[in-house]
Design a protein around this ligand. Structure first.
Ligand SMILES: NC(=O)c1ccc[n+]([C@@H]2O[C@H](COP(=O)([O-])OP(=O)(O)OC[C@H]3O[C@@H](n4cnc5c(N)ncnc54)[C@H](O)[C@@H]3O)[C@@H](O)[C@H]2O)c1
Length: 462
C-alpha cells in the first residue's frame, strides 16, 4: 500500500486550521510516513501549495516548507488519499446546525457523515478512521455503523483523537502538547488501532503525555476542555462588571486568586469576550447533549457561560456609547484588532464582529485595523462595507478618530507611539481597552480618557 519508500501512508480529510498544521507536524516529525492532506476546497489546497499559506500561525510556514514535497502533500484528490492510506484523520468542519432540529445548538455532522460514506465507497482495505474534528459524545458509534455497514469485507476502526491546539500557538502546541488523547473501543481491534496511532505520536511526544481512554471519554473530554476554558473567561468577565461598580481592580483580583495553586493564574484576563470557532459552538453542543439526555440543570449551567459572553460584548458597547455622551453617531471609532485573539488571522466568532456591527447600527464611522485579519474582516462585514473603513496602519486608522477600542491583544499595540496617535485624534479622545494590555496611567497623562475593563476609568472631566 502507498509508496514503497514510506512505511505508512496517512491521509487527512479537511485542510483547515486543524488539518493543515497537525499534519504538517506529523510529516515533519515522521519522515518515514507519507502524509497527504486533502480538501474539496481547491483554492485552499492551492494556497497550502504556495508561498502564502491559507492561514497565519507563527512557525507554520517553516514547518510546512521543511516537509512539503518530501513526505507532505496537499491535494484535492480525496479518493486517491482514501484509497492509499492506512490511517485517515477526518478534520472537516463541524459547525453549529443552522436548520431543523437542534438549530443554533447541535453540531452539524453532515460533512463528517458525507466523508464517512465516501470512505466506505472507496476503501478496498481495512483502515483506521480518526475523529480529529470535535464531535458530540457517541458520534463514533454512529460512524462505526455507517462505516461498517458494507459488504466488501473491509473493516474500519474508529478512534477519537481530539485536537487541543490553540490558534496563535498551534505549532508550539503541536510540537510539545500538554497531552495527546486517544480514545478507542476496548475490543482487540480497537486496542490494536489505538496502539498504532499512539506509535505515530510517540515519534516525538513523551509516552507519559499520550493518554488513552475509552472512545466516549475522549469525545466528551474535548467538549469539556473547551467548556472549562471558556467558563474561566466568562467567570472573570462577570467579575470585571462587578469591579467597575465597586472600585475593585479586576487585574488585582485575578492576581490574588491566581496565586492560589488550586485556581492557577492562566486564563484569568478579563476581555471584551471570548471568540474563535470553537468555544461557543462546543458549549452549545454540550448544552444540547445535556438537554437531550434530560439533564436540564446541567444544560442551563453551561449555557450561562455563553450568555455571560454575550453580555460582556454588549456591556462593552453600551459603555462606549454612554461615556461618549450617549451618542456615537458620526463619530469615528478605530477598532484596534479584528482577529479573535493575537497571532492569528482567524476572525470566526470574534467579539470584534459584534462590536463593529453594534457601532455601525449606532451610525458610528467604524475603521478597522489588524495586522493579519483585514481580509477576513471584509468578508465578515460584507453586508455593511459601505459603513466601515479598513486601514492596515493603526496610525492611519486612528487619524481623526474620537475613540480607539483595543479589541485584540496584538503585541504591536503595546508598542505604538500613543503621543503621536492622540495628536491626530479629535478631543476629548477616548480609549477603551478591551484587553487591558496598555499602560493606562501613561495614556491618561498623554490626554486620553481611558476606560479599561474592570478597573477604575481615568477621565479628564467629571
Ligand atoms: N480551529 C481550532 O482551533 C480547532 C481546535 C481544535 C479542534 N477543532 C475542531 O476541528 C474541526 C475542524 O476545524 P477547523 O478550524 O480546521 O475547520 P476549517 O473550516 O478551517 O477546516 C475544515 C475543512 O474541511 C473541508 N471539508 C469539509 N467537508 C469536506 C469533505 N467532504 N471532503 C474534504 N474536505 C472537506 C473544508 O473545505 C475545510 O477546508 C472542527 O470540528 C473543530 O471544532 C478546531
Amino acid at each position: 500500500m502507498g509508496d514503497s519508500k514510506f512505511t505508512k501512508t496517512i491521509a487527512c480529510i479537511g485542510a483547515g486550521y486543524v488539518g493543515g498544521p497537525t499534519m504538517a507536524m506529523i510529516a515533519l516529525k515522521c519522515p518515514q510516513y507519507k502524509v497527504v492532506v486533502v480538501d474539496i476546497n481547491a483554492e485552499r489546497i492551492d494556497a497550502w501549495n504556495s508561498e502564502k499559506l491559507p492561514i497565519y500561525e507563527p512557525g507554520l510556514y517553516e514547518t510546512v516548507a521543511q516537509a512539503r514535497g518530501r513526505n507532505l502533500f496537499f491535494s484535492t484528490d480525496v479518493e486517491q488519499a482514501i484509497f492509499e492510506s492506512e490511517i485517515i484523520f477526518v478534520s472537516v468542519n463541524t459547525p453549529t446546525k443552522t436548520f431543523g432540529q437542534g438549530a443554533g445548538k447541535a453540531a452539524d455532522l453532515q460533512y463528517w457523515e458525507k466523508t464517512a460514506r465516501n470512505i466506505v465507497k472507496i476503501a478496498k482495505t481495512d483502515k483506521i478512521i480518526v475523529e480529529k474534528s470535535t464531535l458530540p459524545v457517541r458520534t463514533a458509534q454512529a460512524m462505526d455503523r455507517i462505516l461498517n455497514a458494507n459488504d466488501n469485507g473491509v473493516h474500519f476502526e474508529v478512534l477519537s483523537n481530539p485536537e487541543f491546539l490553540a490558534e496563535g500557538t498551534a505549532i508550539a502546541d503541536l510540537e510539545k502538547p500538554d497531552r495527546v488523547l486517544v480514545g478507542s473501543q476496548t475490543t482487540e481491534l480497537g486496542l490494536k488501532a489505538r496502539d498504532e496511532l499512539v506509535q505515530v505520536y510517540a515519534n516525538w511526544v513523551d509516552k507519559e503525555r499520550i493518554l488513552t481512554t475509552n472512545v466516549w471519554s475522549a469525545e466528551l473530554s474535548k467538549l469539556v476542555a473547551n467548556a472549562f476554558l471558556a467558563q474561566r473567561i466568562s467567570s472573570i468577565n462577570s467579575i470585571s462588571a462587578l469591579c467597575e461598580k465597586t472600585e475593585a481592580d479586576v487585574t488585582e483580583v485575578s492576581r490574588a486568586i491566581g496565586m492560589d495553586t488550586r485556581i492557577g493564574s492562566r486564563f484569568l484576563n478579563s476581555s471584551v469576550g471570548f471568540g474563535g470557532s470553537c468555544f461557543k459552538k462546543d458549549i452549545l453542543n454540550l448544552v444540547y447533549i445535556a438537554d437531550s439526555y434530560g439533564l436540564h440543570e446541567v444544560a442551563r449551567y453551561w449555557e450561562g457561560v455563553v450568555n455571560m459572553n454575550e453580555y460582556q460584548k454588549c456591556r462593552f458597547v453600551d459603555n462606549m456609547i454612554k461615556v461618549m455622551f450617549n451618542t456615537v453617531a458620526d463619530k469615528r471609532i478605530a477598532l484596534f484588532g479584528f482577529a479573535f485573539k493575537a497571532d492569528t488571522g482567524d476572525t470566526r466568532e470574534s467579539p470584534s464582529i459584534d462590536v463593529a456591527r453594534q457601532l455601525i447600527e449606532e451610525h458610528a464611522g467604524v475603521v478597522i485595523t489588524d495586522p493579519q485579519a483585514i481580509e477576513n474582516a471584509k468578508t465578515d462585514l460584507a453586508d455593511c462595507l459601505g459603513s466601515v473603513e479598513f486601514a492596515r496602519d493603526p496610525y492611519e486608522a486612528a487619524k481623526g478618530a474620537h475613540a480607539i477600542a483595543i479589541m485584540t491583544e496584538w503585541d504591536e499595540y503595546r508598542k505604538l507611539d500613543y503621543e503621536k496617535i492622540i495628536s491626530q485624534m479629535e478631543r476629548p479622545a477616548f480609549l477603551f481597552d478591551g484587553r487591558n494590555i496598555l499602560d493606562h496611567k501613561k495614556l491618561f497623562e498623554l490626554g486620553f480618557n481611558v476606560f479599561p475593563l474592570g478597573q477604575p476609568s481615568l477621565k479628564h472631566y467629571e
